[in-house]
Write a protein of this length. Structure first.
Length: 351
């Protein structure tokens, strides 16, 4: 398993990261432990979770994933061998995440409560990478409006200033509860604003950004890739399979038993006009190259120079094996050229 630098931390992480959001709903504790055991046996040392997981988020299951990861850490020991990333919810309506039942915000009181709860559920004294799951300001990622609406990004009068968020994170680092900090679902403006605030105030620097990136959504390449490469804020790419759509299992309206779309029906961002045509094109490339769609999709993401780690998820060990194998596959130049040709034609149907 290849390792890559995590920002400017000096820490190296595996090029494949095990995403754990299915633990607690689609996967039991025993199944989650089996996935983590197998991943470690293949050289994966990087696990990602979040306070609101499992997904879809709901009051009955929030925190379940962190507890499952925590019970595995307790059973296995050797905490220092594993890089644990978790996330705090940004501004939103999930009032069940906080003791006072207020909507989530990235202010000092809520951030402190969230961190302490995550540490308790994970059963650890420190978190290697603590990420802001989405911004405290308006940031309509995945909304994909039918027309450009600038007011979706307009400042909100009650948003917490970035410098204040960083001040809290700096205190977490100083206390030894967090080693490094990162962002998620963030824009180029957002990352650069965090970096500028860090420089101005002497606060810790963000080291990574966790955004969606896959064959149906290469928008990261437009502005964020330059930031990632020049500022060493590498991408932790989530949904490399577009939540399974790039395997082809949902073509023609298919709904396999037990699949996420069948169970939850909340993947509309991957069902937009043009998505299915693009999926068929990419599956055609995979067939010509003698591989399946999952292998092509994950290997493509892992091949990008701005990607620090590709976050994979699975509900079975068979799926996990395929995903890890794909992350170590090197795609030939002619296959990459065909992928780019389809992208030129089909664009980004699922941002």
């Amino acid at each position: 398993m290849q390792t890559r630098p995590l920002g400017r931390t000096g820490l190296k992480v595996s090029a494949i990261c095990l995403g754990t959001m299915t633990f607690g709903q689609q996967n039991s504790e025993a199944e989650g432990h089996a996935q983590m055991d197998y991943a470690v046996s293949r050289g994966v040392t990087f696990f990602d979770t979040a306070e609101m997981y499992s997904v879809p988020p709901k009051p009955e299951t929030y925190g379940a994933t962190e507890r499952i990861v925590g019970s595995w850490l307790k059973r296995r020991g050797r905490r220092d061998d594993i890089v644990i990333a978790t996330k705090i919810a940004g501004a939103g309506p999930m009032d069940w995440l906080r003791a006072d039942r207020r909507p989530t915000r990235l202010d000092r009181r809520q951030m402190t409560e969230a961190l302490d709860n995550s540490l308790k559920r994970l059963g650890t004294d420190y978190i290697d990478l603590y990420q802001l799951h989405w911004p405290d300001r308006p940031a309509p990622f995945g909304a994909n409006p039918t027309r450009f609406e600038a007011d979706l990004w307009a400042p909100r009068p009650d948003e917490t200033p970035i410098a204040e968020q960083l001040s809290v994170l700096a205190d977490f680092v100083a206390a030894g509860k967090v080693r490094h900090i990162g962002l998620s679902n963030e824009s180029a403006w957002g990352i650069m604003s965090f970096l500028a605030a860090s420089d101005r105030h002497g606060h810790p620097r963000v080291q990574s950004v966790q955004n969606a990136y896959h064959l149906l959504n290469r928008t990261f390449e437009t502005a964020l890739a330059e930031v990632a490469l020049r500022e060493q804020v590498g991408l932790l790419a989530y949904s490399p399979l577009a939540q399974g759509f790039l395997t082809g299992k949902y073509l023609d309206g298919a709904r396999p038993p037990g699949a996420r779309v069948t169970l939850f029906d909340r993947q509309q961002r991957y069902q937009k006009p043009g998505a299915e045509a693009a999926i068929r094109d990419y599956l055609g490339i995979a067939r010509e190259a003698g591989m399946d769609g999952a292998t092509l999709a994950i290997a493509f993401v892992a091949s990008r120079s701005f990607v620090t780690s590709t976050i994979i998820g699975a509900t079975s060990l068979e799926q996990l094996k395929i995903a890890i194998d794909a992350g170590t596959r090197i795609l030939p130049a002619d296959v990459l050229a065909k992928v780019d040709a389809v992208h030129q034609l089909r664009g980004n149907p699922s941002p």
